[in-house]
Design a protein around this ligand. Structure first.
Ligand SMILES: [Zn+2]
Length: 251
């Protein structure tokens, strides 16, 4: 019954608030992972993006203005990872806060010695457990300019990871996935890349992914959608696990 109500609601939202074709075409032109999809997947993505725009609140700050085309583009990027998972995977949060450029989160951290640190690192994006996603619009527009980079997909991957508690690179896996295989592949690859990086060897991913397992999952997720061929070539086991998790075959 719930399913039927939801389907009916979805149909009504999509019928009443369709994304106009020119805006949709413009979003496809700027979002390579969406552009690469087949026609029926693109249609499904358009439905998800429509729902995203109804269910989430996009809140530009610091004088930034986002028009309808910008919002459609953001929603399109955001829904790429959930194309085969569904909108439920974005349950539990509501807002996307968008800064014009890199932002410095006003956050204090207390280290093991009890010292309070004020974080001053400019960020491109951030995702909180049950809180907002925070993005730099300049960074959103840079999607794909550096191969394998997409800040919206990165933050949405954190959101999926957070669906079962903490961000640790271990999102809720589907029934037929083996958690031990996931852990072996992700931990093993992460450790291996860290040791290669220490030896000064070139990395097949953004070194930011070596920060911790959560960042590793987010970084390889970006690459899975933006530069799938390179990820499959360099980290085939990780690629295969992501194929099973996202239920997509971008390459
Ligand atoms: Zn991150």
């Amino acid at each position: 019954m719930f399913q039927r109500i939801r389907h009916w609601r979805v149909r009504r939202i999509v019928a009443r608030h369709p994304i106009p074709d020119p805006l949709w075409q413009a979003a496809l032109a700027q979002c390579a992972p969406a552009r690469r999809l087949g026609a029926s997947d693109q249609a499904a993505l358009r439905v998800l993006a429509t729902l995203f725009l109804r269910e989430k609140s996009i809140e530009p700050v610091q004088g930034l203005v986002l028009d309808d085309a910008d919002r459609v583009l953001l929603a399109t990027h955001a829904c790429v990872p959930i194309l085969k998972l569904g909108m439920d995977w974005f349950d539990g949060w509501h807002s996307v806060i968008v800064y014009p450029d890199a932002f410095v989160p006003r956050r204090t951290q207390i280290d093991e010695a009890g010292v309070v640190h004020q974080s001053r690192t400019p960020m491109a994006g951030e995702a909180w457990g049950r809180g907002p996603v925070i993005l730099s619009w300049a960074e959103v527009l840079r999607a794909g300019q550096r191969p394998g980079h997409n800040v919206v997909i990165h933050e949405m991957a954190h959101k999926l990871d957070l669906q079962n508690g903490v961000a640790n690179g271990f999102p809720p896996l589907h029934r037929r996935m083996d958690p031990r295989t996931w852990t072996e592949v992700f931990s093993g690859t992460w450790e291996h890349l860290r040791s290669e990086h220490r030896q000064g060897l070139p990395l097949p991913i953004d070194p930011y992914g070596l920060e911790n397992p959560a960042e590793f999952f987010a970084v390889v997720s970006e690459q899975f959608f933006e530069a799938p061929g390179a990820l499959r070539e360099h980290l085939p086991q990780v690629y295969r696990q992501l194929e099973r998790f996202y239920r997509q075959h971008p390459y």
